[in-house]
Design a protein around this ligand. Structure first.
Ligand SMILES: Cc1cc2nc3c(=O)[nH]c(=O)nc-3n(C[C@H](O)[C@H](O)[C@H](O)COP(=O)(O)OP(=O)(O)OC[C@H]3O[C@@H](n4cnc5c(N)ncnc54)[C@H](O)[C@@H]3O)c2cc1C
Length: 376
């Protein structure tokens, strides 16, 4: 299906089903409520076909351009039908499975994620391993029965809701750095896994600590080859900075539009508003180009760090404007609307941390795009 036809037909379907798709909860809702609602929206959108467009037929999709996926997320977000952060996890993890899992495994698993029957998480960061991902130490040892995984992950978003985890493990020596990393697709109900949610400052336990105590993972759950985990991670991260960010732009536009309606007369400085709008449009123009490159089949790489820097800047700029115009809502308001503004403001502070911090993105841009040299 072509983008224009998809857009028109999807908009008509959303108009018709708006009533079934709006959340039951008022305001932001608890994370439990958000997750239950997300599953419902994905199921309805999958069963009606929308959630399948833009994905390969081999994994239950209906084929077509990746732009269709970008528009679906944009439309759902712009109508406040999904929270983009949790919705867009699919855009990060499904492509990884398609590229690296054995074909039968991808065919069996990806439809479950697309339909909202399952949630998956991404187990990369560890207590001593964030920016320096190649130093990770969660170990997978070869045994006759499969991999035995022992170690700890942290900040694993949605782990407490997840049935599966894309997990980076060390299978080589510590000195082997990125050459000794292997990616696994782990069932989260495997014996030996303990998940402990972590409270965040915006009030939702979005991420968890995850402990692996001799967890057995079959060899056919290896993503790519043994020792190829670094490539899996490097190919996954650009996905975290492409379609998912287009959805985030739709969310930021929606919030800016809502701010214009909610801000008391005279509380918005015209020059500040102009600057924030410009930052947001600059990001959107950049991301549009990225969506088209993805659609053309280009392999995304370090240049998506530019998208990440721009979106994080835009998100914080939008919410700085919110804090200027609606200070009471962001600090002490306790009605559902204030709670939404406050949650959004607090979460925007994480935009320069998750998916690789702003400093790390700038390092990538400096070294890999501008060729400005390495660490001394
Ligand atoms: C909301 C949220 C969700 C997340 N979800 C997940 C998830 O699902 N899965 C997952 O694996 N991880 C997740 N993370 C973790 C995230 O990827 C890490 O927090 C991030 O990569 C930074 O790592 P760190 O926290 O260990 O900080 P550190 O790496 O310790 O960095 C601390 C500070 O030092 C700076 N710094 C570090 N190294 C350099 C350098 N070489 N040059 C300049 N500055 C440097 C950083 O920019 C940062 O400001 C999430 C984080 C957040 C906030």
């Amino acid at each position: 299906m072509q983008l224009d036809a998809f857009r028109a037909a999807l908009d008509a379907w959303l108009d018709e089903h708006q009533h079934d798709l709006v959340p039951d909860h008022a305001g932001v809702g608890s994370l439990d409520e958000q997750m239950a609602h997300l599953s419902k929206v994905k199921r309805l959108a999958f069963d009606a076909g929308w959630m399948r467009w833009g994905w390969p037929e081999a994994v239950g999709g209906l084929g077509g351009s990746t732009l269709l996926r970008a528009y679906l997320g944009e439309a759902l977000t712009a109508r406040d039908l999904v929270e983009p952060g949790i919705y867009s996890m699919t855009e990060v993890l499904a492509p990884t499975m398609i590229d690296y899992a054995p074909a039968e495994l991808a065919a069996a698993m990806v439809p479950r994620l697309l339909r909202g029957d399952e949630t998956w998480c991404q187990g990369f960061s560890e207590p001593d391993t964030g920016s320096n991902l190649a130093s990770l130490s969660c170990r997978a040892a070869r045994t006759d029965a499969g991999w035995r995984v022992t170690g700890q992950k942290v900040w694993t978003s949605l782990a407490q809701y997840s049935q599966r985890c894309v997990l980076l493990t060390r299978t080589g020596t510590p000195e082997s750095a990125h050459k000794g990393i292997t990616a696994l697709f782990v069932d989260m109900d495997s014996p030996g896994i303990t998940v402990r949610p972590i409270e965040t400052m915006h009030g939702a336990p979005e991420f968890s600590e995850v402990f692996f105590d001799g967890v057995l993972v079959p060899f056919d759950r290896t993503l790519g080859e043994e020792g190829q985990g670094w490539s899996v991670a490097m190919d996954l991260l650009p996905f975290e900075r492409s379609t998912a960010l287009w959805h985030r732009a739709a969310y930021l536009h929606r919030r800016l539009e809502q701010l214009l309606g909610a801000a008391p007369a005279g509380s918005l400085d015209a020059a500040d508003l102009g600057e924030v709008t410009q930052i947001l449009y600059a990001f959107r123009a950049r991301s549009r180009a990225t969506q088209h490159r993805l659609d053309a089949g280009e392999r995304l790489g370090p240049e998506t760090s530019i998208d990440k820097v721009l979106v994080a800047t835009a998100e914080q700029a939008v919410y700085d404007l919110v804090a200027d115009a609606l200070p009471a809502a962001v600090t002490i308001g306790d009605d559902p609307a204030s709670e939404r503004w406050r949650t959004g403001f607090l979460y925007s502070r994480a935009a320069t941390i998750y998916g690789g911090s702003a400093e790390i993105q700038r390092n990538i841009i400096a070294r890999r795009l501008l060729d400005l040299g390495n660490d001394r």
